[in-house]
Each structure stands twice: as structure tokens, then as C-alpha cells.
Design a protein around this ligand. Sequence first.
Ligand code: 5GP
Length: 201
Amino acid sequence: MAASVSVPASASAARRGHLYVFSGPSGTGKGTVLAALCGRNPELWFSVSATTRAPRAGEADGRDYHFVSRKRFEELIATDGLLEWARVFDQYYGTPRAPVAEQVAAGVDCLLDIDVQGALQVRERMPEAVLIFLKPPSLEALRARLTQRGTEDPAEIERRLAAAADEMAHESVYNHILVNVTVDETVARINDILVAHRLKE
Ligand code: 5GP
């Protein structure tokens, strides 16, 4: 277990919440890291994205994603209901705008788990957002994790590996780059980043 790092309380009427945008190749372990981060910092709010992809086993609507039809997603785009959106692996993914705006206005720090295209859009609209890139120790380690996860077929795994190389080519636009070797260590390093940003207020 990593030592837990004390994070100053985030919610107050006087401050706007920070936006922390996390990206990284599929299979890097972002989901596990962010769940552990939220577990240790319950004052953080995690943005639930909308997607047109089908739920995986164990995923719940409203908790992991808002699973919506293509028609509904296109309505969200047309009504400017999304802070950012992108097509990833032939499916639409996007961040509902209103909940993020409400949390930031209420002084709550927000976490977004989105791809590189989305992160760049968020930075355009909210330049104060902090962009954090999580990467696997190597592409071979990523292949092993994707294979072990067993939620994608071999063709899809190859596609995700190609996309991973593409995403990693953009890592330099991020404010922080972390190699996810162990969850505890990565969470501790993210905690340090959160503390540093809060101390700058
Ligand atoms: P998965 O299908 O494995 O849950 O996610 C695939 C990719 O879509 C991941 O890289 C994830 O970060 C990205 N993603 C998830 N939600 C969003 C979103 O709201 N916007 C964007 N741009 N990407 C997202």
C-alpha cells in the first residue's frame, strides 16, 4: 500500500473546482487507478461519459457510462450538451457538459477519463484544466493486459494496440505523464499532483 497523502478539502463556495483530465491507452489500467483515487479522495467527482458502445459484462448504466443510442448521442451534439466528444473505435464517446459545469461552480474537483481528441477539446474550452497521461510500462505490457482482460477479441486487441501507439505519440501535450507500474504508486503520484495544484490556489 502506498502511504495515503492528505489532500486539503476541496469543496467551498469560494473556489471553483479543478478539472483533471486523464487519458491513456485502453488497457493501461486507468479505470482501476481512477477508482482507487476516488476511493481515497471521496470529495472528488468522476464524470460519467455518454457512449454509444454496448455495456461490457459488469458495467452499469449511469455508473460506468450513460449508454445511449446513436440518435440520442447525435441530439446531444446538436444541442451542445457535450463539453467534448469523439469517435473512438467506431463508437461515440462524450462528456455531458452540464454536470461538469455544476460541479466546477460548486468548488468540486472533477476527474474526466477521455481520449486524446477529447482532452484537446477540453483544453480549448477550459485552458485551466490539468491534463494527465497514464501510460503502460511498454506496448508489450499493454498487449498482455488487454489479452488478460479478455473483453476484446484478437483483432480488436491489435486495433487498440495501434491506437495506443498513436495516443502515446501525443503524450507531450499533457501537463503530467505517469507510467502505471503499480496502482498504489500511480495513485500516490496523482495525489501529489492534486495537492500541488490545490496549494497553488
Ligand atoms: P472503453 O470503450 O475502453 O471504455 O473506452 C475507450 C476509450 O474511450 C478510452 O480511451 C476512454 O478514455 C475513451 N473515452 C471514454 N469516455 C470518453 C469521453 O467522454 N470522451 C472521449 N473523448 N473519450 C472517452
